[in-house]
Write a protein that binds this ligand. Structure first.
Ligand code: GUN
Ligand code: FE
Length: 436
């Protein structure tokens, strides 16, 4: 396929490149092979050659091409409660709403009802890759994996481990550390078998729910499995005061140190929230090359604070965006990138009457676009999030609003603020258009 149209791709946290009427040449495997600029000598001949072979797709005027968005933190089983009980403290929300809901996925029929709907909603909002938390139930997690392959969503999926009897309910817990570790290893094998020979085979992820919900034996075993199978890791890190104090009381350390001690703070790890990190914790995260999933909507409800997004970006810490369904209520990364900008304003001294000690914590919508695309790809170590040779053709075609500014970058800014899911005209994953 050869796409012809106007596209944007983030180059670095400050810079977005605009390409007018370029040709995006996509190979058989779904990879972007070449970008041909309208000023290149072979533009016309390449365009005509593609047209003759019936491979040319001309993106209509008024639509722009963006990289598909990458969601670094989403609890698939929580989709049915997106928007519920957001006025509760985290511990109550988990115990009274979230754990009872997640327990329902022992019933496969329920998983089959929810997961395809979630996957279709993600694609319809321009999200093309997701790092998912599942539940403790492997059959249901495999339903999620199948739904991703059926609908064409790139996915990484974790079987949640949670075996601490003090912090998990009897009806939703791994019966022992041995069960948690065995079921994790089973899931790695089952998912690998399911994805055999598939272009979009989901990647298994080691997933301790968070420090309070796991026993030390389980955390240690999961660290070993991550090393043994060379897998990505995901968890929650320093999300709330409560979680923060739990780690200090039980381990005498911050949860970043606890995860690190067990081999879970690696350069393949993606840690959600991180609103309570101290500067020393941040240094540890930087030293380990661990990525942070910024979940700006969720943090407003459960994060007990805001993320130091500007500072983390300036320190070169890997950072992407997460919807955190259902700590966050919106599956749209457009909503989340807008919220990321909004909360960064609130952190900045002088904007509110509660100074946080940061003269300028602001990020721009271009910075947020970088996080939703390039930042996500770097965090996952996958060739995604950019429209450039060597990257997967994961794209979204977005209809502009009327009255678009003529300056290309202003045009992108307005588009990012105005886009709703009904403006997303088409989505491509791995070189194939998917149904939206
Ligand atoms: N901490 C432990 N589990 C969860 C969860 O499901 N959502 C959020 N936001 N925080 C958590
Ligand atoms: Fe979460």
């Amino acid at each position: 396929t050869v796409l012809q149209g106007d596209f944007y791709t983030a180059v670095d946290p400050q810079t977005v490149a605009y390409h007018a009427q370029a040709l995006i040449v996509i190979d058989q495997s779904g990879m972007i092979e070449r970008i041909i600029e309208s000023t290149d000598a072979d533009y016309q001949t390449s365009r005509q050659a593609a047209q003759i072979k019936d491979q040319l797709v001309e993106v209509p005027k008024g639509q722009v091409i963006l990289p598909g968005f990458i969601d670094l933190h989403l609890h698939a089983p929580q989709w049915p409660q997106a928007g519920l009980a957001l006025d509760k403290p985290l511990a109550n929300w988990l115990n009274d709403y979230t754990f009872p809901l997640e327990a329902k996925y022992r019933d496969l029929a329920y998983a089959k009802q929810v997961y395809p709907d979630l996957v279709q909603n993600l694609l319809a909002n321009g999200t093309t890759t997701v790092l998912f938390f599942g539940t403790i139930h492997n059959p249901a997690n495999l339903v999620l994996a199948q739904a991703c392959m059926d609908h064409g969503l790139r996915a990484l999926i974790g079987r949640v481990a949670m075996d601490n009897p003090e912090q998990t309910p009897d009806y939703y817990r791994d019966a022992s550390s041995q069960v948690a570790l065995q079921a994790t290893e089973d899931f790695i094998q089952q998912l690998t078998a399911l994805g055999q020979g598939q272009a979009l085979a989901p990647i298994p992820v080691i997933t301790p729910r968070f420090v309070p919900s796991c026993t030390p034996t389980t955390l240690q075993g999961l660290g070993k499995l991550a090393a043994q199978y060379d897998l990505p890791i995901q968890s929650h890190l320093s999300e709330s005061d409560w979680e923060h104090h739990y780690a200090i009381e039980h381990y005498g350390h911050h949860d970043a140190n606890v995860l690190d001690h067990f081999g879970l703070l690696t350069d393949r790890a993606v840690m959600a929230h991180a609103t309570q990190l101290t500067l020393t914790d941040e240094q540890l995260v930087a030293d380990r090359h661990t990525a942070i999933a910024h979940c700006p909507i969720s943090n407003a409800y459960f994060g007990n604070g805001t993320l130091a997004t500007r500072r983390l970006m300036d320190r070169g810490i890997k950072l992407g965006l997460g919807s955190d369904i259902s700590g966050g209520y919106s599956v749209s990364l457009y909503d989340n990138l807008r919220q990321a900008v909004t909360v960064s304003q609130m952190r900045t001294d002088g904007v509110t009457n509660q100074d946080q000690g940061e003269a300028d914590a602001r990020i721009s919508i271009r910075n947020a676009f970088y996080l939703a695309t390039v930042g996500g790809g770097q965090s996952l170590h996958l060739p995604i999030g950019q429209i450039a040779p060597g990257f997967q053709a994961d794209l979204q075609l977005v209809q502009e609003r009327p009255l678009a500014p003529s300056d290309p970058i202003e045009r992108l800014e307005r588009l990012l603020y105005q886009t709703q899911s009904n403006h997303i005209q088409a989505v491509m994953v791995n070189g194939d258009f998917v149904k939206v």
